[in-house]
Design a protein around this ligand. Sequence first.
Ligand SMILES: *Cc1c(COP(=O)(O)O)cnc(C)c1O
Length: 393
Amino acid sequence: MPDHSDAPGFDTLAIRTQADISPAREHSVPLYLTSSFRFDDAEHARALFAEEVSGNIYSRYANPNTDEFVRKLCLLEGGEDGIATASGMSAVFTLLAARLSQGDHVVASRALFGSTHQLFTRVLPKWGISCDYVDASDTEAWAARITPRTRMFFVETPSNPGLELIDLAWLGALARQHGITLAVDNCFATPYLQQPLRLGAHVVVHSATKYIDGQGRVLGGAIVGDRDVLADCRFFARHTGPAMSAFNAWLLSKSLETLAVRMDRHCANALSIAQHFERHPAVSAVRYPFLPSHPQYELARRQMRQGGGIVALEVHGGLAAGRRFLDRVRLVSHSANLGDTRTIVTHPASTTHSKLTAAERGAVGITDGLIRVSAGLESLGDIVADLEQALAD
Ligand SMILES: *Cc1c(COP(=O)(O)O)cnc(C)c1O
């Protein structure tokens, strides 16, 4: 991790960045449930709309709670500017729609979140925007795919659910050399584990639904990064309306205060689960960035503070064994979410990635026996015992 020892620490920023926005001097930031805001006078209204002064107008544009959440996230990610959106996918779509035009081209890592993949293959082509996929670790392929119309690199690292990594410092340098915007979906790592903007990315998108909320309660998303990228995103969002609700922003801002302590435990539990099941006879392979057996272990150690909360287990026996495992878990949840206090197991081949063809799944390492484990915050012994009994003969 880069050393920013002259700046306040991550936890201090997450806890002490709080807008003093109310005359009532609440110690904890209050919730602003209001769709619009009053103007002082005609001149104030004019100046606000002319963007000569900053201030609240209408909650589709901004709200004190969304502002507070985003300001904090910008400090944690090292971004110049940011906006909050209603979900992770609305953040991804806002970024792509705001920055790409007819005829533009994107190079993306092959292993992408299922809905992001659908955007690139089924939605953006309607507007003449094309995308080429490359394998994350095939460094020659990135440069080879660049065309005169390539405007953006879009990547996830670690990827979902294969946990492949991309060297962000290297890709950021390539992007800059060609005037391409590097966008990173930082949902799996969170700014606590990895700060792409400090490594060379121009913009980061988040599904705040996952670790940022961390308690499985609300949907949310955010875009954070360079001022010029965010200016386009803000214009697009202001007029198309993917706004985050004030309530969700209030909740998510409070969640950021505990992000670091939660991530420490998620990572510790995930590493222990990975180490335990690497030796289990029912499991043919375990993938986790901080296991020395991970093919990009060195990069993981360089780029991430810890290995993250997700472990991929490959069970012997393919689809049938995977389904049997899911039907036998008792304590842990069988659900499609991740990044919750509760441990969750998911079978990507039949759920989150079922819209991909078998060949597309194969290309990103999603086999029929792959189980994604999102390590929760329960007592480690109880999580391991439940996974053990579900794998037993
Ligand atoms: C969940 C997720 C998204 C989409 O976020 P939503 O909040 O569900 O819209 C995008 N990227 C990744 C990596 C995710 O895990």
